[in-house]
Write a protein that binds this ligand. Sequence first.
Ligand SMILES: [Zn+2]
Length: 438
Amino acid sequence: MMETISKYDYFIKSIKEGQHLYRDWIISIFTVVFGEKSSSPKPFDLYHNESGNCVEVFVDDKWMKLDNVKYLEIPYIYHEVVPLLKAGDIGNALEDVKNTTWGEMFFNQRVLYYSAGTYIGYMQDPISLKKIGSIFAKEMLDNPKPGQQYEDGKLYVRDLQKFGQAIQDLGNYEFFVPSVDKRGLSAPPNNETLKNELFEKYKDQLGDTVIQAKIQDELVNNYKEYIKGTPAEGFIYKNKSINTAIKRMFLLHGVESGFGGVQKPIIIKKSLDQGMDTKEFPMLMNGLRNGAYSRGALTQLAGAGVNLLNRMFQNILIDVDTSKDGVKGFCGTKDTVEMVITNNTSFIGRYMKVNGLPKVIESTDLSRTTPVDLYTPLWCKASGNDVCSKCIGDNLSKYPKSMGTVITKIASTMMDKMMGSAHAKEQVLVKIPEGWLK
Ligand SMILES: [Zn+2]
């Protein structure tokens, strides 16, 4: 008669021997793996036995029956509740934990304990990567300098890197998703009622773009309310997913503005889930054509901008050698612009005028609340089209031939914005602060 081992004991024994770091083991416990029983098994191997209608595991040099798991059943389901996790069985569980799950136990050991030891305590649902990220952001220290030691009980950049590795590792298993719930794949029960009410209330103004945006907003906000505090919120966390994908799929197709800006935008009441109305088909197709065209057209527009700027500025040099007024790399200009630099780190390394001469801006200067006289390429007197290192600042002066490349950032930024708007263009209502229009 084969001995039996409990699911809990096998899980903890495996983890204490570091099995959670191995792909084979993870796949074998969280999915079903077919195959022959190995004649030379490795510790913690797992085998689905058809004739015995059971699952066997290789522990302490012998095959044992895994309690309560049948042939071709998934041995461990992540959200299955484990009534009691004993203190210390998972690295960062310093006390007993009640009603956790296999998935949480695995995550805590593989990710949190692996990267930060016991610094971040045992976490249970909802596990929020954002929350973990903010712990790192607030409490993390620089790695020690050469000759210094890591101290216990502190969080370092090294630990964040390990955290990133561990999360990336989980991402390589198709079966780990942040969390999901039927609410992430359905409309709120009151969606139809609310939609009908809105279309009835505004039935004479449906062509008005403000009203169109308002209807969409109300349905989207209703959906956000529906998933609030549920696991779906951890999965569909980006506004873009809700405002575009979820909205079209389940709430309503929403506003279509056609192609070429000649048609008036219309609002389409059905969601994709509910099918299409043939009378709206031309507008839908025009929307698709608009998307296909814009992707290409907007990309080439910005791409041409990058090329143009690069050609215009490629011969400009940053003059780091010519001296004026006893200052190396200075054109001698007297003109500056007044600029408030309070708390703006991008000014570090630029130059301000102090007693008539350039002085580098350091982090301690950022506490100034009064404007400084900032040197700028606008008034630079370097020869030709060049600029001097004091007017442009220390950062770029390290690379005196970099201007042609750096300046293309302007077109790249335009491209980002254009692509962003082509991919997920949505009409939204924006509240304009009082007094702006006066
Ligand atoms: Zn200058």
